[in-house]
Design a protein around this ligand. Sequence first.
Ligand code: BV8
Ligand code: ZN
Length: 254
Amino acid sequence: MTQSPGPEPGAAFLAAAGEALAAARRIVALTGAGVSAESGLATFRGPGGHWRQHRPEDLATPQAFARDPLLVWEWYAERRALAAAAQPNPAHLALARLEQARHPGDFTLVTQNVDGLHRRAGSTNPIELHGSLWIVRCTGCRRERRDESVPLAPLPPRCSACGALERPAIVWFGERLPEEALPRAFGAVDAADLMLVAGTSGLVYPAAGLIERAVARGAMTIEVNPESTPHSGAVRFALRGAAGMVLPRLIGEP
Ligand code: BV8
Ligand code: ZN
């Protein structure tokens, strides 16, 4: 266990983590809501986070949607509007540049975020474990379509093919992750010699299990977070700081 002592990682500690990153052959990165915080989007569990104002079971479960689809859609419509107005920040851009500097296949980005900011920053093929704000799925015929309109109208949307209610293609609590996403993510962790974890509390499973797997395999692990998490004691480098500040420096940008 190695941790930076202060509120920001010391230069030597950051440089050592940067050297480990530069020396890695295959990298997997896992991100959470914290990497979008500097774009102005709320996290879930922190101060001002979504779960400080709403109970997850009222908004992010299939039961909540069955009970009150309009309420759930209004919450997602608001988040779509905020995400559309937000811009990728230096953390997103650093991860996109890290991918560009590597051979295809030697870098995999796995995200729990649904806001689409990694793609907008230039990451080509992020594994979106919890789905996307920009895809809607029919609850009847299961057809999925990309819809980036803001505002989305009318609410709640209905399927033009079968007339059933559409829902956000987001993974709610108690739901299975998208087929392929989890095996792809675990495959990337198993192939990686370094895992970079940024902006996640590491509390939600199975995503958090990816961190545990990398640690168990003995991979080099770097966590970037202003706060400590349940994984901070297990990773090799726990870098305390904002992702938008730490990630660009970690990849060697001034
Ligand atoms: C399933 C919907 C099975 C979305 C979300 C094992 C143990 C215990 C429980 C479980 C377990 N396995 C499964 C469970 C149950 C449950 C779970 O994990 N519960 C936990 C909370 C106890 N998991 C599930 O239900 C999953 N499904 O297991 O299905 C199954 C099998 C067969 C058949 C059917 C089913 C589904 C999980 C998906 C949940 N969906 N929300 C939405 O609208 O977005 S979870 C929600 O949390 C978000 O999606 C988010 O992506 C995710 C993770 O949160 P974070 O991204 O980490 O955000 P958080 O606010 O927590 O933390 C932010 C961090 O950023 C903080 O650490 C902060 O310090 C840091 N930060 C702040 N600023 C910055 C920063 N870092 C860097 N820079 C900054 N500037
Ligand atoms: Zn349909």
